[in-house]
Design a protein around this ligand. Structure first.
Ligand code: IPE
Ligand code: IPE
Ligand code: MG
Length: 258
């Protein structure tokens, strides 16, 4: 696959400098297993290396002024992987949430988790709760990790809770708005992502935040997650800065409102 960032985008510039940096970046960190196999290592070595890439990216986003970073770390479908890989992944999650808590506190980063964490071991659930609590009042950046998350699951839950309100008579079906649906999604306290990045070469969303990506700018790269560094991230940011987001309008309307 050709790197999108190497293709110059002709004639279309962004509205202003402020808009050229995404406020919210969402990422599918893919390619750990293939990275490891390429090095002749077991797949789990790729997950271990992937943790280092997460740490560097979080630090860089904080430094760069990205306000929201949302990372897909474990999907609701990933349970069907070999048991040993799932075990290594949950152990790694547990260890890294504990060890990286200091980094989050020192950098004024709030940790939040979306997804159904009740299926994870108690130790991981406790680490998540402790670190989320410790960083609750941090306000320079919000790091959201999607764990046992699925976009369809999220929408299904929102439907169920809205249906219960209709059933109980506290809401009329005609009152169901897009805003109401959004307020029942796990991401209700996050703005929609401006930029979505998927590493690892696959051009798909894999049941990540489906509703929320409606107008997000998409960026795909062949780079495997463990190799995704600051330069790769800058490449995605540069590509984003050249895009014109029209949200259904036409180009001259965007220029007028700039
Ligand atoms: C992403 O890397 C990590 C998780 C899904 C947990 P993969 O493990 O999917 O790596 P590939 O795609 O098989 O190379
Ligand atoms: C998506 O990657 C999930 C995460 C990165 C957590 P997958 O590797 O599970 O996605 P598919 O199976 O290639 O679509
Ligand atoms: Mg994968």
């Amino acid at each position: 696959m050709k790197e999108v960032c190497s293709v110059p985008r002709a004639g279309i510039s962004n509205r202003n400098q402020q808009d050229s940096l995404p406020h919210h970046v969402a990422m599918i960190m893919d390619g750990n297993g293939r990275w490891a196999m390429q090095q002749g290592l077991p797949r789990t070595a790729g997950h271990k290396k992937g943790v280092d890439a997460v740490r560097e990216l979080v630090k860089y986003c904080r430094h760069r002024g990205i306000f929201y970073l949302t990372l897909f770390a474990f999907s609701s479908e990933n349970w069907s992987r070999p048991q040993e890989e799932v075990r290594v992944l949950t152990d790694l999650l547990c260890a890294s949430i504990d060890t990286e808590a200091r980094l989050l506190i020192d950098n004024d980063i709030k940790l939040s988790v979306i997804g159904d964490i009740s299926r994870f071991p108690d130790s991981l659930q406790k680490s998540i709760e402790r670190t989320c609590q410790q960083t609750l009042n941090n306000c320079s950046m919000t790091l959201t990790i999607a764990l046992n998350y699925g976009g369809q699951w999220d929408i299904q839950n929102a439907c169920k809770s809205i249906a219960r309100m209709v059933e109980s008579g506290s809401l009329a079906a005609a009152e169901i708005s897009q805003q109401l649906i959004e307020s029942h999604l796990c991401t209700h306290d996050l703005p929609d992502p401006d930029l979505f990045i998927r590493t690892g070469g696959e051009i798909r969303i894999s049941n990540f935040i489906l509703w929320q990506l409606a107008y997000t700018e998409l960026f795909f790269t062949d780079t495997y997650w463990p190799d995704f560094d600051v330069d790769c991230f800058e490449c995605a940011l540069n590509d984003y800065a050249e895009r014109q987001r029209r949200f259904g309008n036409i180009e001259c309307q965007i220029k007028e409102s700039a």
